[in-house]
Design a protein around this ligand. Structure first.
Ligand SMILES: Cc1ncc(COP(=O)(O)O)c(C=O)c1O
Length: 407
């Protein structure tokens, strides 16, 4: 049989990206039992480090086993009851995903939209809240489909004033862009590992405010096979999913350790290592690093005579969109970059498909060498495809950004 032997790609798309080597090592660490005190100790430790990552005091900070959308689904299915109103401001593909997941949970979903490449003003969101009177506002912070970062700092106060639960999907942005769970008054946040946290997909850290937990507790249900005399259930409607029932998952991560799923141990090791890597670097330093390499890549693509996409005032630090020049076959060039240079950059979705490439600089790959290699390789392929530019300008532009920051 063929041995597993993937090519040594450099992943410079919108995620997933190459893992930090120490995260890969952590994943290959031997398993221990689900209730081994060492394992439950690790679970508690993971709760603690993700409180720091999320910048929160929320006790309910834990991992959902599954990719980022598992975190989204757990949050939404656990707070939505059929007919509940949910407001989703959509500025890209992942807003549509929130809408779909909320609809599947039975919500009466209302959306507002801006063109891809733009973000919302707080007033637009408040106006929609006044009109819809939703139970939940669900919004993406960084939508990799458009590379835009929605400012969230004024939304929490609006939600509090109108008694709305405030949920954000920060999968693609956390670790590379500012994020403040408590200061911004969020009730629920979910993320994934495969972007700025520098891990693989497959674990979704979440955090929940006390008022969110209270709501979930009212829907508490205990499986018949493990129910004991001292257990009491909530009066509310049972949560529609067993796997994503946060009332049960909270009891598994809480002091009672009430059995639910078998925690994905290797992914927990991995999520732990991602958080340690980030915290050892320092949250602020990590954001500064993502901004630096994102700026260098932006300057570099301008040097390639490529036009960046969207409102650059609101660009995420860790990904840039660029228009594919007319006359160039975007997918063919991407494939050449992959096969001849072992570098992957991203295609795009929906209205942007075939119009822009997306180039990421995140996690382990937010580095000077990766930025310079990617730019130099793109220059070669674009030049050979007949695109006009000033030779060497892309790397010179990026180096000028580094020089200005003394790197
Ligand atoms: C903002 C955002 N939300 C959700 C997802 C979905 O993540 P997953 O594929 O891990 O389920 C992504 C993936 O790119 C994302 O960028």
């Amino acid at each position: 049989m063929n041995r597993l032997n993937p090519p040594p790609r450099l992943l410079m798309g919108p995620g997933p990206i190459n893992c930090y080597p120490r995260v890969l090592n952590a994943m290959s660490t031997q398993l221990i039992g689900q209730y081994d005190p060492v394992m439950t100790g690790y679970m508690n430790e993971v709760m603690g480090v993700y409180r720091q990552v999320f910048k929160t005091d929320n006790q309910a900070t834990l991992l959902i086993d599954g990719t980022s959308r598992a975190g989204i689904e757990a949050v939404l299915v656990s707070c939505i009851e059929p007919g509940d109103k949910v407001l989703v401001p959509i500025f890209g593909r992942f807003g549509h995903l929130l809408k779909e997941i909320a609809e599947r949970a039975g919500a009466d979903v209302h959306c507002i939209e801006v063109d891809w490449g733009q973000v919302f003003l707080p007033e637009q969101i408040e106006e929609a809240i006044k009109k819809v009177k939703p139970k939940v506002l669900a919004i993406v912070q960084g939508d990799t489909s458009t590379t835009m970062l929605q400012p969230l700092q004024h939304i929490g106060e609006i939600c509090q004033r109108h008694d709305v639960l405030f949920y954000a999907d920060a999968t693609a942005s956390i670790g590379g862009n500012p994020f403040e769970t408590d200061k911004w008054q969020l009730d629920a946040v979910s993320v994934g590992l495969q972007k700025c946290l520098g891990g693989p997909s497959g674990s979704a850290p979440i955090t929940l405010s006390d008022r969110f937990v209270e709501l979930v507790r009212q829907r508490k249900h205990i499986e018949a096979g493990i129910k004991a005399a001292h257990h009491t259930e909530g009066q509310g409607r049972r949560i529609a999913s067993n796997y994503f029932d946060l009332s049960m998952i909270l009891d598994y991560w809480g002091p009672e350790r009430l059995n639910h799923h078998t925690e994905a141990t290797s992914m927990l090791y991995c999520a732990r290592e991602c958080a340690f890597t980030l915290l050892e670097e320092g949250l602020d330093n990590s954001i500064i690093r993502h901004k630096l390499h994102g700026d260098a890549m932006l300057a570099g693509v301008k040097g390639l005579n490529l036009q960046p996409f969207g409102d650059l005032k609101h660009k995420m630090n860790n990904v840039v969109g660029v228009y594919i020049p007319s006359g160039i076959n975007g997918d063919a060039l991407r494939m050449q970059l992959l096969h001849d240079f072992n570098i992957e950059i991203g295609t795009s979705f929906g209205p942007l498909h075939g119009k822009i490439w997306r180039i990421g600089t995140m996690g382990y790959n937010a580095r000077k060498d990766t930025v310079l290699h990617t730019l130099q390789s793109l220059e070669t392929l674009l030049r050979r495809a007949g695109h006009s530019m000033s030779p060497g300008q892309c790397v010179d532009n990026a180096l000028a950004v580094y020089a200005a920051s003394n790197l």
